[in-house]
Design a protein around this ligand. Structure first.
Ligand code: FES
Length: 347
């Protein structure tokens, strides 16, 4: 063939092949479950079994949440030490969700219609006719899914899907307990002898003496007996944490504040009364404490009053004294008011 005839031949060959021609849909091949009612029944039982396993796993999730100690650690070969509760919750929830997904897929592959259909593209805004057609197709789809004729699948699927959200509902309990009573009492009021609790330096773990609180310093304190191996440690420290500063006694403005201090040393809750961040920035010149979260500022020379920011009430003060025998600083009882955010007082 001469060179000038080559493009013509190529075009003819391409036209003959017509790579863009619509090949149409292949003929529908019925599946075994389409022609054998026994196979369809077997598939139905398999789907239902998966939904039943999902229900059992959800029940296991709830039972684990209620019965397994949240501090229990177990040793698992290869993975090492893991929290028993987390492991149980993860496994049961995973099985519950997996079985719903597997059941739905198996149902679709074996019992729902597998006939391919062609849907032509149309304008974004559907015409009334299209909408009616969509409703007809939806109804046809519902009929093809055989949900009306397979009550066992329908009931077990509804049961499985109704139970799965319960896993989320029980987790709401982790948002609690409600603060009202919990924040009114702290470790300071529960564990002292004769209402007196030795104040421990949170950083060194040693009892504090008045001479340890130097002018200009900010010392973090906690109650004696609240140690890190105490299983309530985080919960209790979140309420009992205090900070101590030394002021000149004549700088203290309120009589009650003076009575609750020891030689100018005052102790206040470290938990911001806005939304509960730990406060930690102290300005010696002004005696102002600044919360780093939203800049609420408290005046320690004026009974912890709010001088700036969104906090709605003063920092609670802890009454302190010194044990004449040991020389250690001690708290007298508990805070006189709840620590932390004040939302529960409203209304
Ligand atoms: S938590 Fe302290 S200012 Fe918001």
């Amino acid at each position: 063939m001469s060179e000038d005839k080559l493009p013509e031949a190529a075009h003819a060959s391409a036209a003959a092949l017509d790579p863009f021609a619509d090949p149409g849909l292949p003929a529908h091949e019925p599946r075994r479950t389409d022609i054998d009612e026994k196979a369809a029944k077997r598939a139905e039982r398999q789907v239902s079994l998966l939904f039943v396993i999902s229900m059992l796993a959800t029940a296991g999730f709830i039972a684990s949440y209620v019965s397994i100690d949240k501090y229990k650690i177990i040793d698992i070969f290869f993975f090492g030490k893991v929290g028993a509760l987390n492991l149980a919750l993860g496994c049961t929830l995973g099985v519950a969700l997996f079985c719903i997904g597997a059941g739905a897929i198996h149902w679709a592959r074996t019992l729902m219609t597998d006939e391919e259909i062609v849907q032509e593209r149309h304008e974004l805004k559907s015409s009334p006719e299209d909408r009616e057609a969509a409703i007809r197709e939806f109804q046809q789809g519902a009929a093809d899914s055989v949900i009306g004729r397979r009550p066992l699948i329908r009931r077990t699927m509804i049961g499985a899907m109704a139970l799965v959200p319960l896993s989320g509902v029980v987790l709401l309990r982790d948002l609690g307990p409600l603060p009202g009573v919990a924040l009114r009492h702290t470790f300071w009021g529960r564990h002292g002898k004769n209402g007196l609790t030795t104040i421990i330096n949170e950083n060194t773990g040693k009892p504090l003496r008045p001479e340890h609180i130097t002018k200009g310093s900010l010392v973090m304190g906690k109650p004696e007996g609240l140690d890190q191996d105490n299983h309530e440690y985080l919960e209790e420290m979140g309420k009992a944490a205090i900070l101590l500063v030394r002021l000149e006694p004549d700088e203290i403005k309120s009589k009650k504040q003076l009575e609750w201090s020891y030689n100018g040393i005052v102790a206040y809750s470290k938990i911001c009364t806005h939304v509960g961040c730990p406060i930690g920035l102290y300005e010696q010149q002004t005696h102002h404490l600044l919360c780093p979260c939203h800049q609420s500022t408290f005046d320690l020379a004026d009974d912890g009053a709010v001088v700036f920011g969104p906090a709605a009430r003063s920092l609670p003060q802890l009454k302190i004294t010194v044990n004449e025998r040991t020389g250690f600083l001690e708290a007298v009882g508990d805070f006189a008011e709840p620590v932390g955010p004040s939302f529960w007082e409203r209304g």
